[in-house]
Design a protein around this ligand. Structure first.
Ligand SMILES: [Zn+2]
Length: 810
């Protein structure tokens, strides 16, 4: 009994029946899936939330979470079962036990602003400046109104909640002023030299073309009225512009963190600002080309996919450079990953191309220059026959074989560089790189060109770090050390490059960003006073945007393996039965390929034989016996054995094949033999697999981290509704606890994301990495030390060397 008179009540159900050893007798005396349901005597609401009474934390971030999730309550916890409660009423009228808890996750949807057409990309580069600026002001005025609104609401808060609200409202006001400043600068530009405004127009035109190309490639209809920014994307674009228009300003010094749930359109938001930066730099000085933007990823797999997306935008930029005679060198994109993926030298590239042109196959582990297999612009297949090396121009030429493609006739083919040597020579404006590639800096003199040291260009001015939450642990720690070198090398006239990071799942961002970049950060969009509304996006109603439905299953009195087999068989049966129910091809396709997620390779190991044997025979049993009367007509003898794995033990080209081709094959009523029945995946799937048709997933055991659970399960239900069934292992206490608190956990999933840590300043990390930092700086910043033979010139008393030492000393 609490001070307030409220009570915590535990209700247990005991089966007092006695039964002998006979199975039939045991079954008769057992209670199957009993339900305990509690409600007020006259139906009145009698429940209060379990955990809202105690609050001991002082950590501002935790207090902020308290604020944002205020109103997300928990009314009970199961013991050996799960609990659900009435979610239709604000104060629940009942609480009940359940063995099959479910939860509908609502997606965030972009807010709409009827009457404002400012989000239309085409309008942004065709409309008269005064009209545009006027409308941008209206948009931002709405934001101000919204901030005023939450401020009024928060007046009734008290204590910590009030303080957190005040902090958040201040952040919203800062975001407002920064966006407003950009609009001022745009207006000022229109009345002045017009450069900033022109760059803004060009960036929007490039983004528009990029959208049109993507739609064309996917054979979708093009309606320019529907090619729009999401409000948060346009707002982010405006928010970031200041840092480049006035690089010496305070805004430039901060790391800006774009935080938005998975699948929300983050990539497009920073592609837009990238185009702006490229054009602004060129318009300000035609000769000022060189590497302008470095976009970094942690995984090669992801890198290739994102590279393709970014390519379309850069191709569009290059097209506009020609169309408007902007001058300067070609605007190109570079893939700087090297090592096991692509050859480092043109000679090696040529040898490999010749080999492949003669028809020789190269193994998946071998480095391969022919990474681009589809023309990003027109979507036509590109083979080794379309690759060649032009030694005189020191570049590899990739020619799109489609004569109808606008990039077919260009003398140097597609504006793409994927061989290291060519990247150092041509300095593409936009470089996509993996974080580990930066370990080349101390070992190699060539990358100096990227930072303008040997090329006489300005260094890159924008660094984009995607999936920031992955830069943690040992990888993050080492990255943090190399980052210090990158930061210094990108510095120009005392101004550092802008860093934009993005993630969907992060906690403790301030510490992580400080350790990584040594700077403070701004999150965009700032949260207001509730997790379900940030002005730019709000939680959608169930019928507005397809949601994901989560189910929890825990087998009691049986092994986890048996439970998993049965869940797999049931899912297989249910998805195959959609045919019998007469659903459309699209709907059936949506659930046809079942993803089974495993927490370790060991657990995944035996799964494919299990699916071939046990799941298949259980499926036969369901069809012939258990469901024969209720769901008749399923052919029990068809075997659904198109099974594929997606794990880190596969080589790059196989992984790419599964993701780019296999998973995209769709079910058709006349054939489904080449469509995957099951995809057995390790945590490899959690990053970068973005296939819209996937809608069914089984998670074998609660993943180790909550961020991982969110990332993995977000792979389904991206375009259409999705189902996730999590199978808990009853012999693991953590799994049990997740099952017993299923609803509480799922209503506030993002809240439970773990804080990540990286420790570049720890002793061991410094032992491992500090010399690399020192060597990098000496080589690149002290004249006469760059090349491999220059080590002899090293002089510890050289003041420049001492500067490097000083920079390195913590
Ligand atoms: Zn093409």
């Amino acid at each position: 009994v609490l001070d307030t008179g409220e009570r915590v009540i535990t209700i247990a159900l005991v089966n007092g029946n006695q039964a002998g050893k006979e199975l039939s007798e045991q079954n008769q005396k057992a209670a199957f899936q009993p339900v305990i349901k509690v409600s007020g005597i006259n139906g009145e609401p009698i429940f209060t939330s379990v955990d809202k009474k105690v609050n001991l934390t002082t950590d501002p971030e935790l207090l902020e979470l308290e604020l944002l999730y205020y109103g997300v309550y928990c009314y009970g916890q199961g013991h050996g079962c799960s609990v659900e409660w009435d979610t239709e009423n604000p104060d629940p009228l009942w609480v009940a036990s359940t063995f099959f808890p479910t939860f509908n996750l609502r997606q965030m949807k972009a807010s709409e602003f009827p009457g404002l057409t400012i989000f239309n990309m085409k309008r942004l580069f065709t409309e008269a400046p005064s009209v545009l600026i006027n409308e941008l002001r209206q948009f931002i005025a709405e934001y101000q109104k919204w901030i005023d609104g939450i401020e009024t609401q928060s007046l009734q808060f008290s204590g910590d909640r009030k303080m957190s609200a005040e902090r958040n409202i201040k952040k919203c006001r800062n975001a407002y002023s920064q966006i407003n400043k950009s609009i001022d600068l745009l207006e000022k530009s229109c009345n002045g030299d017009g450069i900033v405004f022109r760059a803004f127009q060009l960036a929007n035109e490039a983004m528009y073309i990029q959208r049109v190309r993507t739609l064309t490639r996917n054979r979708k209809p093009i309606d320019s009225e529907k090619i729009n920014w999401y409000p948060f994307q346009l707002a982010f674009f405006l928010h970031e512009m200041v840092s480049f228009i006035e690089p010496s300003g305070e805004e430039r010094k901060k790391v800006d963190l774009l935080w938005f749930p998975t699948g929300g359109g983050k990539t497009e938001a920073y592609l837009g600002i990238s185009a702006f930066v490229i054009f602004l730099r060129r318009l300000r000085n035609t000769q000022d080309d060189g590497v302008t933007i470095i976009m970094r990823y942690t995984l090669r797999l992801l890198t290739l996919q994102q590279f393709e997306r970014a390519s379309i935008l850069i191709f569009a930029c290059e097209q506009l450079r020609e169309k408007y005679n902007l001058g300067g060198s070609e605007i190109a994109i570079g893939l700087w990953v090297g090592g096991k993926l692509t050859p480092n030298s043109l000679e090696a590239a040529r040898a490999s191309i010749n080999k492949q042109q003669r028809g020789a196959l190269i193994s998946g582990d071998e480095e391969n220059p022919c990474q681009i297999q589809i023309c990003p612009w027109c979507g036509v297949k590109i083979t080794a026959q379309n690759y060649s090396v032009d030694m005189a121009a020191s570049r590899m030429i990739i020619r799109c074989p489609n004569p109808g493609c606008e990039f077919h006739f260009r003398p140097h083919g597609l504006p793409v560089h994927i061989i290291d040597a060519a990247i150092y020579e041509h300095l593409p404006s936009f470089i996509v790189a993996t974080v580990d590639k930066f370990s080349q800096i101390p070992l190699n003199d060539k990358p100096a060109a990227l930072f303008g040291i040997t090329s006489g260009k300005k260094p890159p001015e924008l660094i984009i770090q995607d999936e920031l939450h992955l830069i943690s642990g040992p990888l993050g720690t080492m990255t943090g050390i190399y980052e210090a070198a990158v930061t210094r090398l990108c510095e120009h006239d005392g101004i550092q490059a802008k860093v934009i990071a993005s993630t969907a799942t992060i906690r403790n961002a301030e510490n992580q960003i400080r350790s990584l970049y040594g700077r403070s950060h701004t999150q965009f969009p700032p949260q207001g006073i509730s997790i379900s509304d940030s002005f730019f996006a709000s939680e959608s109603a169930p019928d507005e945007r397809p949601a994901r439905r989560y189910f929890g299953v825990m087998g009691i009195g049986t092994t986890a393996t048996t439970t998993l087999i049965r869940v797999n068989a049931a899912m297989l049966f249910a998805t195959r039965y959609l045919e019998k129910l007469g659903f459309s091809e699209t709907t059936i396709d949506n659930f046809w390929s079942i993803i089974v997620y495993f927490n370790s390779l060991r657990e995944l190991g035996g799964a494919s034989t299990q699916i071939l044997d046990d799941v298949q025979s259980r499926f036969g049993y369901l069809a012939k016996t258990k469901f024969a009367n209720v769901y008749p007509g399923i052919d029990a003898d068809i075997s659904y054995d198109n099974i594929v794995e997606l794990t880190s033990r596969m080589n790059n080209s196989d992984i790419t094949k599964v993701i780019q081709e296999g998973l995209k094959r769709s079910y058709r009523s006349d054939t489904h033999v080449d469509v995957y029945d099951f995809l057995l995946a390790s945590n490899m799937i959690s990053v970068g697999v973005d296939v819209g048709r996937l809608g069914a997933m089984i998670v074998a055991g609660q993943p180790k981290t909550n961020a991982e659970y969110i990332q993995a399960t977000s792979r389904v239900g991206r375009n259409n509704p999705g189902i996730v069934v999590t199978v808990y292992n009853s012999s693991r206490s953590r799994d049990r606890s997740h099952y017993e608190q299923f609803l509480k956990y799922h209503t506030a999933m993002y809240r439970y994301v773990e804080a990540t840590s990286l420790t570049p300043f720890s002793d061991r990390a410094r032992d491992r990495g500090l010399h690399a930092l020192f060597v990098s700086l000496c080589r690149y910043l002290v004249s006469g030390l760059l090349h491999n033979g220059d080590a002899i010139n090293f002089d510890a008393n050289n003041p420049k060397v001492r500067d490097c030492l000083l920079y390195t000393s913590p």
